[in-house]
Write a protein that binds this ligand. Structure first.
Ligand code: WT7
Length: 651
């Protein structure tokens, strides 16, 4: 095994060209970019050929209703058929689709034939419950196979799923269920987390309420037994999965749906308090999912063992656990738990045991592994790995080199993939076998994708200077709107460069001297904590929801492990006693219950006043300076500069 390069000692190397051996068998070749450059729409039409269509499309792109695109107009397909049935029909029924690894150490191997039976049983059950194409179903589940089966069963029936991360609170689930008017919630009795069985159905009961407070749209709750924890039961509403899906027929003939049929909603944080239900449709989304998964991960069906460690509660889980890999007939690992249960060896044991060849994680996990020390990965045979991926936030060059050297043995290309919930699939990434990668850069848009880095006046910024990342051409996997709020869709993404008709991504970026793109992070009030997107105002409104709090201001401060950490400043209501640590823990608990433990502030400081401009805007920039312990920048626009000094004295 070669361990030639990539440790910190090699920090001088600025660029890592692909090895000749990798290039020789790479899926991508130079002809890919050439084809996209020659005729972008013809290129995408060809990529759509990765899918089985029941009716061919008449037109590749209809952009006449911009900013709402229609891709593969007139085409019809069934997404679940493309992800499951067609592989069985092609003779691959015995290939393992999912090596599932449970947190307590149990495991299941599910072949494509078995997956097909399960998806059909679930589809028959949903139909028996009266659900039809166009209805919405909420999925609130940990990483169990039934979660994936549920998503595919919805897709098979043209039901739009809305997966809600099982770490979200009952309140967060309720607002999403209400917004989407979901008729069914699929959940589990409980979930395994760090060696403990924690209740989950309980949160669903709390979310759905009763009597006058009942979630009006929900007719049924379907419950998978996972932990054996006791649950409360609402007769008539609640059903066990094993008693319904488990006894349903595995025969189900699927119907095809329009390319623009809504496949799923996924709620994500914006700059205001209310999460946005991002709408994704079928044909274009699946085309981009399959195309990017094939080339970016150099995936070879029947040979690779692929592992994306995301949760299905996030878009990464949708596109790179469910839709992309399954459309491409991957064999993949799905792991239920945290990376340090029962101990820090867990991921490396899985890689060793299943001979994982493609490993896709977030930079925060790389930094966590670094903290644990290289002895842990070094104790395992990781030689099956041949490609590493990164997603969720900018990866710092030091972590990149460590990832390449220690995990990748110096031989694996790293794909740093930039994309968003809204983009549906990867947009910027090196192409393995072609691109000479640079630690920390997502490099360039993929063939068929186009971006720019521009200033406020839509002019290209000079190399080396910071600008905004925009997408200047529509792409197949793009969102089609915000559920129930198309005005917000136009305003959030399309108003900034309305004249040019460009999509504003909300990220800062720069070109380096070679013209390669470096994404620098959010330029709006959205924080990125361990690759999770959390809005400052969402956390602020949770804090203000506590009876002691008059006002709150939240900022993301840089954090060695999680990228950003949440730092809050609160003003108490007149006459309220500051109980110190008791109050702080109450406030943290308030955020956990309102949103999720992942949104819990790292630090909360009670302050007498917040720094505000004359127009009454909180100066977050100053708060960030305070939180990060920096010299304060310009304070001249403050009403009362003394406020900042008082703030610092408090910490
Ligand atoms: C935001 C999108 C894409 C799936 C996971 C997050 C940041 C994502 C990168 C990267 C720099 C990145 C951006 C983006 N981001 N990947 N490779 N380099 N930044 O999806 O929750 O929709 O968040 O994550 O800031 O806007 P998301």
């Amino acid at each position: 095994m070669t361990t030639d390069v990539g440790t910190t000692s090699n920090s001088a190397q600025a660029s890592y060209p692909p090895s000749a051996a990798f290039t020789a068998t790479a899926n991508a070749g130079p002809e890919l970019q050439a084809a996209a450059d020659a005729d972008r729409l013809a290129f995408w039409a060809e990529q759509a050929g990765r899918l089985d269509w029941d009716r061919d499309f008449d037109e590749v792109l209809d952009w006449s209703g911009a900013p709402v695109a229609k891709w593969f107009v007139g085409g019809k397909l069934n997404v679940a058929y493309n992800c499951v049935d067609r592989h069985v029909e092609a003779g691959h029924g015995d290939q393992v689709a999912i090596h599932w690894v449970g947190e307590p150490g149990d495991s299941r191997d599910i072949t494509y034939a078995q997956l097909k039976d399960e998806v059909c049983r679930a589809a028959n059950t949903l139909t028996a419950l009266g659900l039809k194409a166009g209805d919405r179903v909420a999925i609130y589940m940990p990483m169990v196979p039934e979660a994936i089966v549920s998503m595919l069963a919805c897709a098979r029936l043209g039901i739009t799923h809305s997966v809600v991360f099982a770490g979200f609170s009952a309140a967060a689930l309720r607002s999403r269920v209400d917004d989407a008017e979901a008729k069914l919630v699929i959940t589990t009795d409980g979930q395994w987390r760090r060696g403990q069985a924690a209740p989950l159905k309980f949160a669903v009961d709390e979310a759905l309420g009763s009597g006058a407070d009942r979630a009006p749209s929900v007719e049924h709750v379907l419950v998978v037994r996972r932990t054996g924890l006791d649950v409360e039961w609402t007769t008539g509403r609640d059903l066990w999965w094993d008693e319904t899906v488990g006894t349903a027929s595995p025969e189900h003939a699927c119907e095809s749906f329009d390319a623009e049929h809504p496949l799923f909603l996924l709620y994500t944080s914006g700059t205001t308090g209310k999460p946005k239900g991002i709408v994704h449709t079928s044909g274009g989304y699946l085309t981009q999912a399959a195309y990017t998964h094939h080339y970016v991960f150099d995936h070879k069906p029947g040979q690779d063992v692929y592992w994306c460690t995301a949760d299905i509660g996030w878009v990464t889980g949708h596109t790179y656990i469910v839709y992309g890999p399954l459309a491409n007939r991957a064999t993949q690992i799905v792991y239920e738990g945290t990376p340090n249960t029962p101990d820090e060896h867990r991921h490396f044991e899985v890689i060793e045991k299943y001979k994982v060849s493609i490993y896709y994680i977030a930079p925060t996990l790389v930094r966590t592994f670094m903290k644990w020390g290289r002895d842990i990965p070094d104790a395992h045979d990781l030689s099956s790995l041949r490609l590493l991926g990164s997603v969720g936030e900018p990866i710092n060059p030091e972590a990149w080199r460590w990832y390449r050297g220690v995990i990748g043995g110096g031989r694996c290309p790293i794909v740093d993939t930039w994309w968003q919930t809204e983009t549906g699939g990867i947009m910027l990434s090196p192409l393995p076998g072609i691109t000479a990668t640079k630690p920390g850069s997502a490099m360039a848009p993929l063939p068929g994708i186009s971006c720019k880095v521009v200033d406020d006046n839509a002019r290209d910024v000079p190399h080396g200077e910071q600008g905004y990342l925009v997408l200047d051409q529509p792409w197949p996997g793009m969102l089609r709107g915000i559920w129930g709020d198309m005005d917000r869709y136009r305003e959030t993404y399309w108003s900034r460069y309305a004249e040019q008709g460009w999509y504003f991504a909300g990220d800062g970026a720069k070109y380096d001297e070679d013209g390669d793109v470096w994404v620098l992070g959010r330029v709006d009030d959205v924080m990125n904590v361990s690759g999770h997107r959390i809005s400052t105002s969402e956390v602020e409104s949770a804090l203000v929801g506590h009876p002691a709090v008059a006002e709150a201001a939240v900022v993301g401060a840089s954090d060695e492990t999680t990228g950003q950490g949440i730092v809050a400043f609160v003003i108490l209501l007149e006459g309220v006693e500051n109980t110190g640590d008791t109050l702080i823990s109450e406030l943290k608990a308030q955020v956990s219950t309102d949103i999720s433990p992942i949104a819990k502030p790292r630090e909360i400081t009670v302050v007498p006043e917040l720094p505000k401009t004359r127009s009454g805007k909180i100066m977050r920039r100053l708060l960030r300076d305070v939180a990060e312990g920096r010299e304060l920048g310009d304070t001249s626009t403050l009403v009362d500069p003394a406020v900042v000094e008082a703030l610092r004295a408090k910490r």
